[in-house]
Structure formats: structure tokens, C-alpha cells
Design a protein around this ligand. Structure first.
Ligand SMILES: NC(=O)c1ccc[n+]([C@@H]2O[C@H](COP(=O)([O-])OP(=O)(O)OC[C@H]3O[C@@H](n4cnc5c(N)ncnc54)[C@H](OP(=O)(O)O)[C@@H]3O)[C@@H](O)[C@H]2O)c1
Length: 336
């Protein structure tokens, strides 16, 4: 197998660190490796697969020796860096929101729509963390019985906002337990012992940016641009893992047992649904693994063709790094 020259932008962040871990765990054929971050981290040494690498800042020509670049540094950085990397000859898997809805940029969850990779123009977008786990869970229903309407509420951990947010929850929890008021810097209000129904800015219709991403990205991935979909996104005081409560109106009538069977056949999705044995998906079970977990599958008693279920995944692994490395693996299979 050919060795690939890889660059990781944002290598010192939560997603960059997990991307490096995934490249090693999944034995991706990394040849040369270049690590980039901000000037705050320039010169820092990171260890990967027993070798030491010095963190660099990005300059003209930084990517001219990279075949594949994972960009994990945020939307503003991606807007500058991704076009540069493509112009310098690399294919970029971008984890930010910058290009996800752009025409000609595939937005890919490999188990769901890897066929969208064909004809890419150098940029492949990695969806938002909650979108990925929702798309994996909805995909078997969309294929088998159709989707008429979807309504979701998310319960999203602080690691979804990066390293500083994790530190803010640690600090805020200590402050509250010491009888003080938790401070807030990353978030507009304290997150410790609180719930924030606010992720990204609000638009004129009252939806938050995170809610819009979940709605529009899911439509693009499932190739259902007119799918009625409404979301409420909530940040919860949890370190790792995102949960989603999902209400689906299907195109055809389907029983919960049929849904379990359909979902059990979906690659990347694991049904954990034995409530009598207290078995249901929880962030503590999802953390550290790459499967999306689904359970609490039940029929609505008021509306025909309406089902409810609960989906959990590790936001840093399948919600970000694992999905990006899986995209790279799918690309690689077309390069050989
Ligand atoms: N966290 C998640 O669950 C998740 C899931 C899906 C997608 N994402 C997306 O992934 C991206 C990274 O998120 P994160 O959670 O890893 O954030 P993070 O922990 O805050 O890390 C941000 C990274 O970006 C680097 N950076 C900042 N300014 C830079 C610059 N001018 N040039 C190069 N690198 C720069 C930082 O370097 P320094 O250390 O030097 O500051 C750090 O390595 C974001 O676009 C986010 O939306 C995150």
C-alpha cells in the first residue's frame, strides 16, 4: 500500500489529537507527517507512533509536500487554509462548517453516502458531530420505509466546543461545589450544573446555528433536500458524547421490531435496546468507541407512522476524527 504524506491542521486541539490517534489506531498508511497549529503552539513537540514531530505554523508552501490534509482548526481558519492547501496540491478533509453546504463539496458519512465522494474537487467536508450520528441512524429508515418528517432534540457535551470548553466545565464544577458562582468565558452562561439551549448564534427565525447545521446537513447527506426537519440543540454539562432524542414520521407504517431489524443491518450502527435489562445507549458506553448507539425505539401512541428513539455517539471519534479518517480511507481506495 502506498504511503501518504499527511498534514494535520489544528493538531494540538481535541479533534486534531483524536485524528492523530485514529490514524494510528486504524493503521492509516501515513508517510511524511506535518503538524500545524497556531503561533501559540509553534515549536511544541508532539509524539505520534513513537516519533517526535515539531508543531509548525502555516506559511506559503506548507502543504506542497502533503497529499492529504485534515483541517481541524475552526471555520475561520478553514476558510483561509483549505483553499491554500488545495492550490498547493493536497486533498483536504475539512472538519469545519466552512464548505459543508457548498455546491461541488461532498459532505460525507462513509456508511451512508460514500458514493458522493466521486467527482470531488479537492475538498471533502466532514459533517457536524450531531449530524453524523443522526444520519447513520436515519439512513436505514430512509432507504426502507422513507422519511416524512423528523424532529430532534440534542444533548451535546462540552468537548464539542473544544479544549477550552472542557476546562470551563471542570473549573465551573469546582466553583459550584465550593459554594461559588461558576464563571463563563467560552459559553454565554455558566455550563456547570446548567443546560444551554443555545449553540452558535440565532437566526431571524429563532433557530441556532447548530440547529440549522443539523437540519441542512442531514438533508444534503441523505439526498432529501425537502425533508421536513426541525431541531433543538442543547449544550449539557457532560464532558464526552452527544445524545439525540429523535421523532420520525416514516413514509410507510413500520413496527419498532422492524425498525430494530433495519437498524441492526446498518453499518456503523449498534442497537442497544433491552429496557427490561436496563440496556439503552449512554454517553459512558459510547465514549472511546466508533459505533453509533441507538435504543429506546418505540411507537408514538397518538400519531400513526411516528416513532421515537435515542441516539448516542462519541463526538470526538465518530462525530469528528473517525469519520474523517474513514473518508480518507474511502478516498485512498480510489487512489490505488
Ligand atoms: N469537538 C468536536 O466534537 C467537533 C466535532 C466535529 C467538528 N469539530 C470541528 O473541528 C474543529 C476543531 O475543533 P476542536 O474541538 O478540536 O477545537 P480546539 O480543541 O479548540 O482546537 C483548535 C485547534 O485549532 C488550532 N488553531 C487555532 N488557530 C489556528 C491558526 N491560526 N492556524 C492553525 N491552527 C490554529 C489550535 O491551535 P493552538 O493549540 O495553537 O491554539 C488547536 O490546535 C472545529 O472546526 C470544530 O467545529 C469539532
Amino acid at each position: 500500500m502506498p504511503q501518504i504524506a499527511v498534514g494535520v491542521v489544528g493538531a494540538t486541539g481535541l479533534v486534531g489529537e483524536m485524528t492523530l490517534q485514529q490514524l494510528a489506531e486504524r493503521a492509516f498508511p501515513v508517510g511524511d507527517l506535518r503538524l500545524f497549529a497556531s503561533s501559540r503552539s509553534r515549536g511544541q513537540t508532539l509524539t505520534w507512533s513513537g516519533q517526535h514531530f515539531t508543531v509548525e505554523t502555516i506559511r506559503e508552501g506548507s502543504f506542497s509536500d502533503c497529499q492529504l490534509v485534515f483541517c481541524c482548526a475552526g471555520t475561520d481558519i478553514s476558510r483561509q487554509v483549505v483553499p491554500q492547501a488545495v492550490a498547493e496540491g493536497a486533498v483536504v478533509v475539512d472538519k469545519s462548517n466552512a464548505f459543508r453546504l457548498q455546491e461541488g463539496v461532498p459532505l460525507v458519512v462513509p456508511e451512508v453516502n460514500s458514493h458522493h465522494l466521486a467527482g470531488h474537487r479537492g475538498i471533502i467536508a466532514n459533517p457536524n458531530c450531531t449530524t453524523i450520528q443522526l444520519a447513520v441512524a436515519l439512513s436505514p429508515l430512509a432507504r426502507a420505509v422513507g422519511l416524512a418528517r423528523v424532529v430532534v432534540s440534542t444533548y451535546q457535551s462540552v468537548s464539542g466546543s473544544g479544549r477550552q470548553a472542557v476546562q470551563e466545565l471542570v473549573r465551573g464544577s469546582q466553583q459550584v461545589l465550593a459554594g461559588q458562582t461558576a464563571d463563563a468565558a467560552v459559553y454565554p452562561h455558566p455550563i456547570a450544573f446548567n443546560l444551554l439551549p443555545h449553540i452558535d448564534g440565532f437566526d431571524d427565525e429563532g433557530f441556532s446555528g447548530e440547529e440549522r447545521k443539523l437540519m441542512t446537513e442531514t438533508q444534503k447527506i441523505l439526498s432529501l433536500p425537502a425533508l421536513p426537519l426541525a431541531a433543538t440543540a442543547v449544550r449539557v454539562p457532560l464532558f464526552y458524547g452527544h445524545g439525540i432524542s429523535v421523532m420520525v414520521e416514516t413514509g410507510e407504517t413500520v413496527t419498532p421490531e422492524q425498525v430494530r431489524q433495519l437498524m441492526a443491518g446498518q453499518e456503523g450502527l449498534q442497537v442497544v435496546d433491552q429496557v427490561e435489562q436496563l440496556q439503552y445507549p449512554m454517553p459512558v458506553n459510547a465514549a472511546g468507541q466508533d459505533q453509533v448507539l441507538v435504543g429506546r425505539i418505540r411507537k408514538d401512541e397518538s400519531f400513526d407512522r411516528v416513532l421515537h428513539f435515542w441516539v448516542v455517539a462519541d463526538n470526538l471519534r465518530k462525530g469528528a476524527a473517525t469519520n474523517a479518517v474513514q473518508i480518507a480511507e474511502a478516498l485512498l481506495s480510489t487512489w490505488e
